[in-house]
Design a protein around this ligand. Structure first.
Ligand code: GAP
Length: 457
């Protein structure tokens, strides 16, 4: 088995995603809606696992971070205070000939990338998506689809601190949909107008309120950059495809003192996966000013004279869809194989997604050798016993030839296929096939769950 030389391309990923039920074009039977995508059975499992892996690390296994699920539609004053209504813009240019629109900072030549025509003046374009609440469509009823989940955490700072009695430093995390009227969406699910974010606002003491030995905001920033970077490695992403990029002062968002991005090497070049920003006390101060509610923390141990203050915020923010794309690209492998065990004929290419087991949509496939009534009862019994452990997503599949089924489960990245054959009826053993090595070994049914447990980690 050798790794084929052909590199992964977006076309191959988009086609695999449709073929195997990861991602379909949105509203396809009506001709689609540009840059809208629907996640199929494999896609939802993939996204769930990505969110689980993030939530487990950022919330569940820590006693200093709690969760929130805030409403998507918020009082419009939120967006005035946060600066989004005035400042959440991208520079836009329109071609005078074909009328296509581009982000000015993405057009290098000054000419239209589509027709070569002359471009008009650059103007600022607000990315907020609007809608109306209630029966009247006027300015008073205008609301905005949130462009980030972060503001939900800021406006609930007091609620959560009061309800949980958390002391600084502590964080609030949220996973949910966000919406941006992007000028240039594209690259499949990399940049869309509707997407899902995972964000955590980590509230820390400002420098003047620290006690000896406590981490300052710069040190917490570094801590979260490192922890988040390691998360990618621990979930199987190749190190050579990842890098950190520190923002230049000129490109910092209006709220940030420092930002470091985690970038991935996509087929079109390096692209942002995640931003980890030091937002200082910008947000809590702005919301205090605009709402009239003091979003401060009372710290009786502060060495400063004023014991009420606005905490600083360190924010790791990442997109679920973008992570799903990264996991798909990084896992995609083509191999030249011989023999039947691979599910491909001699000299054929095997496509396999080498997902980390915690990310794979299906961890175990239970495959009777053929759809034969003698094999069904034992196969169903073994399947039920694996389901009963509650540990994995297990699929039962007895349609088509065993070779085709191996090929299907390779293409959705299933780490182990378990085959029940006629010998199993006699010796109470089954065959485990390893997705990556293609090694097949026979194990007692009684030991199957514990062996899978060891191998899946
Ligand atoms: N609260 C900070 C914030 O929203 P951001 O860098 O604008 O920061 C964070 O967004 C992450 O959300 C990005 O790194 C990216 O992974 C994801 N994201 C942003 N815009 C997106 C879009 N249009 N489509 C898909 N993902 C997007």
């Amino acid at each position: 088995m050798t790794e084929a030389s052909s590199a992964v391309t977006m076309d191959k990923i988009v086609s695999l995603c449709k073929r195997r039920g990861f991602v379909f074009p949105g509203s396809e039977i009506y001709g689609g809606l540009a840059n809208a995508w629907d996640y199929g059975p494999m896609g939802v499992e993939l996204k769930r696992n990505v969110k689980e892996a993030w939530w487990r690390e950022v919330v569940r296994t820590r006693d200093d971070v709690v969760g929130l699920d805030a409403a998507i539609l918020m009082n419009p004053s939120v967006w005035e205070a946060s600066g989004h209504l005035s400042g959440f813009t991208d520079p836009l240019v329109e071609c005078k000939e074909c009328k296509h629109r581009f982000r000015s900072d993405h057009v290098e030549s000054g000419k239209c990338p589509d027709c070569g025509g002359e471009l008009g003046e650059s103007r600022q374009f607000n990315l907020m998506l609007k809608t109306f609440l209630g029966a009247v469509e006027d300015t008073a009823s205008t609301v905005f689809m949130r462009p980030e989940t972060a503001q939900g955490m800021f406006v609930n700072f007091l609620n959560i601190q009061t309800a949980t009695r958390k002391k600084l430093p502590f964080g609030i995390a949220q996973i949910g949909k966000s919406f941006r009227n992007e000028i240039t969406p594209g690259n499949f699910i990399f940049r869309t107008r509707e997407f899902e974010q995972m964000e955590m606002e980590f509230f820390a003491k400002p420098p003047e309120h620290l006690q000896p030995g406590e981490r300052n905001d710069d040190e917490w920033h570094e801590y979260w950059v490192n922890l988040r970077f390691e998360w990618y490695l621990r979930h199987g992403i190749r190190k050579e495809n990842l890098r950190l990029r520190v923002h230049e002062t000129a490109e910092l968002a209006h709220y940030a003192k420092a930002t470091t991005d985690i970038e991935y090497l996509f087929p079109w070049g390096w692209g942002e996966m995640e931003g980890i920003a030091n937002r200082t006390d910008f947000d809590l101060k702005k919301h205090s000013e605009h709402s009239g509610t003091r979003l401060t923390y009372f710290d009786e141990q502060s060495p400063a004279e004023e014991k009420h203050y606005h905490p600083y915020v360190i924010e790791p923010a990442v997109g679920v869809d973008r992570l799903a794309l990264m996991f798909l690209l990084d896992a995609y492998t083509e191999e030249e194989v011989g023999g039947d065990s691979a599910g491909a004929g001699k000299g054929e290419t095997r496509v396999v997604l080498k997902f980390h087991p915690s990310i794979a949509p299906v961890q175990v496939a239970l495959l009777p050798l053929s759809r034969n009534e003698k094999l069904t009862p034992l196969s169903r019994e073994v399947y039920a016993s694996l389901i009963a452990t509650g540990r994995w997503n297990v699929e039962y599949d007895d349609a088509q030839s065993i070779g085709r089924r191996y090929r299907r489960f390779d293409e959705v990245g299933t780490p182990f296929c378990v085959t029940v054959d006629f010998d199993s009826l006699e010796d109470n053993q089954v065959t485990i096939r390893d997705r990556d090595t293609l090694v097949q070994d026979r194990v007692a049914i009684a030991d199957l769950a514990s062996i899978l447990g060891e191998r899946l980690g």
